[in-house]
Structure formats: structure tokens, C-alpha cells
Design a protein around this ligand. Structure first.
Ligand code: IMP
Ligand code: MG
Length: 539
């Protein structure tokens, strides 16, 4: 394909939009205009669910495109089923989307519904739950539905604590809650007792991989004092979940730099005396998939050996794209071409940036007190994509992305990072979920979609809320842990609140209502304006 035809096609599939969500939005806009969302939305989600399932069951090399592919040609892989109807019903009960007269269902709300459906799917087959588990799960969904939620600021605002010094001695009195960051948490002894009493089979992912910047901490910042997020990560580890930070930030095996970025989290684990066997389930993959480290019982990160018996590169050589199979000469060709393209872009677009070449990456970041416009960052990323496509011998995985204020081209990507972790740790990709903020085609979490289910968040607050939802829907009674929000108590919940099942029945019984022409026209114009003003991932 020539450069110009590629450019033309690119305009046909514009970036900064997620084609699947965009299409779902259009499907729902019709019902909004006709004022029948209340009666038809759940069925629309059933239909979407069915199309996704049909697509999932079709072998990837099938000659005939699936119905979903015909509607959304760029649609990717779905690693699990997605109970969209159920997720929509619960979400609608919480936020009353279908009661709105002037504002249709937004891109972000659809993103949330997809996230919720993904969390629900990761709980496993309902048929395999025993009666007690079924009633616990019903209760946990009810409690999720009735809690204030992310959009209603249902998570306490970040309580900033000064970062703890990693070198400080262990707490002398581990049972003393007052010493654990201001006493906002129950003492260690209490947590231990509660954990012992709670005998649940955790119904959620076996591994969660996290992007770093803008997912665990704000862009360019460090994980300092976010005790609520730290506490949810701690609880996940205590419930047997493996956690891995899969970040583009690559500092080779310079562990102090990674520890600095995670300082508050590691200090939190230390302050809670996270047991050694739980520490062992915390990993960090730097440079997308290049440098693997693991948390030790000293709450410090330790490089995992690369080669030889037990070495992660040796153990994953059967994966074609594994760094264990890369040739340094190919790495050099990739980085030379990327660097040349970035330099050309900087010159042509008159950007005030600095280029930095590392062992497995090359990047461009703004000079002090300068900002490189988003358009120029995206243009540079797409130029690199194009350049790489033109090198016929280029077999290495790579990731060229807009990091928000900078552009990076890494050798390897998060797909490889997550695949290596699943293979090395023996965890199935469909029991894994990747949480990140960069799922557009110029972002670096996008690649992870190819290997495992993903959750798309936009900032660390949303990550906190997602973890709370995962824990809650996995059956962890969060009210046994910190009192961190003003949720409705279980007693209040049992008084007259209908659960998602009841709601679904009622919803099915609804009759479609008649609308008048004026309302129809008003709604049509509202939907049209909303699309033109707030397209893509920004609304
Ligand atoms: P992530 O969101 O955790 O994947 O981190 C992405 C950010 O890490 C980029 O936007 C950069 O600011 C920063 N970074 C630091 N070193 C590197 C590198 O070697 N490659 C890519 N990004 C890097
Ligand atoms: Mg990020």
C-alpha cells in the first residue's frame, strides 16, 4: 500500500476513537431519539452480547467475516464471554441512564459497562457456584448497585500521606493501627482475624496486570500516598491474586528507580507486614516486557534471572516474540529507524523536544517548560508505525506510543509482557486482566488486548474504584475492612431494594411508550450535537 493510500485509509478509520464503543453508541442513539431506551436498551445489550459471543466462537482464520466484523471491521479478540445485559441492568439501576431525557448514554458510560461485564465474566461460571455462593454473589451485586459509585464520588478522595522511607525499620507494634498511616485502617491483628474468619473462594481474576503511569499513579508522578488503592492491592494479594505492574518505563535492572516510582505502595506493604508468600506474588515488568523483577520479603524489588534454569527468558523461549529470541542486531535496526523517524518528525514539525536512546527504547520528550501538542505526538507515533511497516525484515514486536506528553518506541510491547507472565507463572491468559489507560491505537495498553481481557480506566481514582468492584464482586465483604466510604449498610439493602434479577423482570414487562414529534426532533438534534462535539475517547 502506498503512503498516500494508507493515509486515505487512516482517515477512514480515524484515531482517538474506539470503533466498537462508537458503534455501540450509535446503536443506542436510535433508541434514545425514539425515547424507548427504557424498554429496549437491555435487549440491545443482549443483542451486542450475542454478536460478541458469535464472533468469539468463530475461528480466527475463518473465511467468512463474523456479523460483528462486518459492522466493526477493526474489532479485536474477546477472551471471555461478556454478560453485557446483566452489566447494563446493574449499571442502569445505579445511575438511571434510561431516565435521562436530554443526555444519551455516553462513551464513558459504555466503557464502564464493558468494564463491569468483564469483571462479572472473570467470576467464572455461575453454574459452578454452590447455593451459598449464589446468594453471596447476589448480595454482592446488590451492594455494588446500591453503593454511590465512581461517578458519584463513591470512593473517598485521595488521602495523601507523605511517602514512607523504604529503609525505615519494621513497625515495633504491628497490632497498633494508629501507627499505620494515621489510623484510617484497622490494626493488623484485626485484619488478620477478619481474613481468617472470611472463608471465601475468591471469584475473580487469578492475575491482574497494571499499567503504571495514569493507572496506579498520575502521569509522571510516583505512587506516594494513596492508601485506599494500596489497601485494595494488599487485599488482592492476601486473597491469592498475582499482581504485576507492566509498565513502559524501563530502567533496566536499576531497582531503586522502580522502587522510587512505587515507594508509597511498597512502604504500605511493609507497614502491613504483608506475608512473604504474598510478597512473592508481586511482580514488575519494566520496559513493557524487558526487565522482570519480583518483590521479596524485604519489600524490595529483586531482578529475576534471565537465562539458565529457572530464568524467565529461557523458560519462555517457546513464545516466538519472547525477548529470549531477539537478536541484538535486529534490536539495533528497529531503534535506529525509530530514532531517525523521531528526529525527522521533530525537525519537520518544529518540535521543542529532546531525544533519548536507551538499550531497548528511544523516546522524545519536551524540553523544560515546553509542551509538545497532542497532534504532533500522535503524528510522530503514526510516522513510526508507518516506517516499521515499510521494513520487510522487521519481525520484532514493538510499541510506538503517545505517552501523554512524550513519544516512545519500545522494543517489545505489553502483549508480550503479559504473555510472558502468564507462561512463566502458569496462569491462563483468560484468568488474567490488564488494567490500563491507553487503549487507543496510539496508546501502549492497546497491545495487551491481543492476549487477555482488559479494563480501560482513565486515572488512578478509577483504578481504585475498579479494584473495589473486583473485590466486592469476587465475594470479599469489604465492610469487614476499612470504612472507606458512605455505602448503604447491608440492612438497608435488604429493605425493599430490588436486585438486578427483579429489575430485569420488570424491565422485560415494560411496554414501549408513544413519543411525540417535537420530542423526537429535539432528541435527534441532541444526539447529533453530542456526537460532533464529543467524539471518541474524550467524552
Ligand atoms: P506506563 O503508562 O506505565 O506504561 O508508562 C509510560 C511512560 O513511562 C511514558 O509516557 C514515559 O513518560 C515513561 N517512560 C520512561 N522510560 C520509558 C521507556 O524506556 N519507554 C517508554 N516509556 C518510558
Ligand atoms: Mg499509562
Amino acid at each position: 500500500m502506498s503512503f498516500s493510500s494508507r493515509r486515505r485509509n487512516y482517515l477512514l478509520t480515524p484515531h482517538r476513537k474506539d470503533p466498537l464503543i462508537q458503534w455501540m453508541k450509535e446503536m443506542l442513539n436510535h433508541s434514545f431519539v425514539l425515547d424507548c431506551l427504557e424498554t429496549t436498551a437491555a435487549d440491545t445489550f443482549s443483542h451486542l452480547e450475542q454478536l460478541i459471543e458469535e464472533h468469539r466462537m468463530t475461528p480466527p482464520n475463518s473465511d467468512n467475516p463474523t456479523r460483528l466484523q462486518l459492522l466493526v471491521p477493526t474489532v479485536g479478540t474477546f477472551h471471555t464471554n461478556l454478560p453485557l445485559r446483566k452489566a447494563f441492568i446493574a449499571y442502569n439501576k445505579k445511575y438511571a441512564l434510561t431516565k435521562r431525557k436530554y443526555i444519551t448514554i455516553s462513551f464513558n458510560e459504555l466503557r464502564h459497562i464493558l468494564n463491569l461485564a468483564q469483571i462479572m465474566a472473570l467470576r467464572g461460571e455461575e453454574q459452578q457456584w454452590n447455593p451459598k455462593e449464589k446468594s453471596d454473589m447476589k448480595r454482592s451485586l446488590k451492594s455494588w448497585t446500591n453503593s454511590p459509585g465512581y461517578l458519584c464520588k463513591g470512593i473517598a478522595s485521595e488521602q495523601f500521606l507523605p511517602p514512607l522511607d523504604l529503609g525505615q525499620p519494621m513497625l515495633q507494634n504491628p497490632g497498633d493501627g494508629a501507627q499505620e498511616g494515621g489510623g484510617f485502617l484497622p490494626g493488623l491483628k484485626q485484619v488478620e482475624e477478619k481474613l481468617k474468619k472470611i472463608e471465601i473462594r475468591f471469584k475473580g481474576p487469578k492475575m491482574i496486570t497494571f499499567d503504571g503511569d495514569q493507572t496506579l499513579y498520575s502521569d509522571g508522578a510516583n505512587f506516594e500516598g494513596n492508601p485506599q488503592l494500596a489497601n485494595y492491592l494488599y487485599l488482592l494479594l492476601r486473597h491469592g491474586v498475582t499482581i504485576a505492574v507492566v509498565t513502559a518505563a524501563g530502567y533496566e535492572y536499576n531497582r531503586e528507580k522502580y522502587e522510587m516510582r512505587l515507594s508509597g505502595l511498597l512502604a504500605y506493604f511493609k507497614s502491613k507486614n504483608l506475608p512473604a508468600e504474598d510478597c512473592e506474588r508481586f511482580y514488575l515488568f519494566g520496559g513493557e516486557c524487558n526487565f522482570l523483577l519480583k518483590l521479596g520479603s524485604d519489600y524490595r524489588l529483586h531482578p529475576i534471572k534471565e537465562r539458565g534454569a529457572g530464568g524467565w527468558m529461557t523458560a519462555t523461549k517457546f513464545i516466538t516474540n519472547s525477548p529470549g529470541n531477539w537478536k541484538e542486531s535486529e534490536v539495533k535496526v528497529l531503534l535506529d529507524n525509530a530514532e531517525k523517524t523521531i528526529n525527522e518528525s521533530m525537525k519537520e514539525l518544529r518540535l521543542r523536544g529532546t531525544v533519548l536512546r536507551k538499550r531497548r527504547a528511544v523516546g522524545m520528550y519536551p524540553q523544560p517548560n515546553q509542551v509538545i501538542p497532542r497532534e504532533a505526538l500522535d503524528e510522530t507515533v503514526l510516522r513510526v508505525h508507518d516506517k516499521m511497516n515499510q521494513i520487510p525484515t522487521m519481525n520484532l514486536p514493538f510499541c510506538a506510543f503517545n505517552g501523554g506528553s512524550d513519544v516512545w518506541v519500545d522494543v517489545g510491547n505489553k502483549r508480550v509482557g503479559v504473555e510472558i507472565l502468564t507462561a512463566y507463572l502458569g496462569i491462563a491468559p483468560e484468568d488474567t486482566v490488564h488494567v490500563g489507560d491507553q487503549f487507543l491505537n496510539t496508546g501502549n495498553d492497546h497491545a495487551a488486548r491481543g492476549i487477555c481481557p482488559c479494563i480501560w480506566i482513565t486515572n488512578p481514582d478509577e483504578t481504585t474504584y475498579i479494584l473495589k468492584s473486583i473485590l466486592r464482586l469476587a465475594g470479599v465483604p469489604l465492610d469487614s475492612f476499612p470504612a472507606d466510604d458512605n455505602e448503604i449498610s447491608s440492612d438497608e439493602l435488604s429493605q425493599g431494594s430490588e436486585d438486578a434479577g427483579d429489575f430485569e423482570k420488570k424491565d422485560d414487562d415494560k411496554k414501549s411508550s408513544a413519543i411525540n414529534l417535537a420530542t423526537f426532533c429535539q432528541r435527534a438534534s441532541l444526539a447529533k450535537n453530542m456526537d460532533s462535539m464529543r467524539s471518541g475517547g474524550s467524552d
